[in-house]
Write a protein that binds this ligand. Structure first.
Ligand SMILES: [Zn+2]
Length: 65
């Protein structure tokens, strides 16, 4: 695993949020990415905000709080 930046999709019912620039651990072998634990709270806040948006697909640039 090494540090990197990931673009991660999140499904919320019928809506999809794609969050880019997420600090992540990237698997050196298969390239799978896992968001770092310290960003989870921020992501949840972002997703809460997105739930109020009407569009079905949202792309959000992650910024550290
Ligand atoms: Zn892997």
């Amino acid at each position: 695993m090494h540090d990197g930046i990931a673009t991660l999709p999140f499904l919320m019912g019928e809506k999809v949020a794609v969050i880019t620039n997420v600090p992540a651990e990237i698997c050196s072998e298969c390239g799978a990415s896992f968001m770092k634990t310290y960003v989870v709270g921020n992501i949840e806040t972002l997703l809460d905000r997105i739930e109020e948006i009407q569009s079905e697909v949202s792309v959000i640039y992650y910024k550290a709080a």
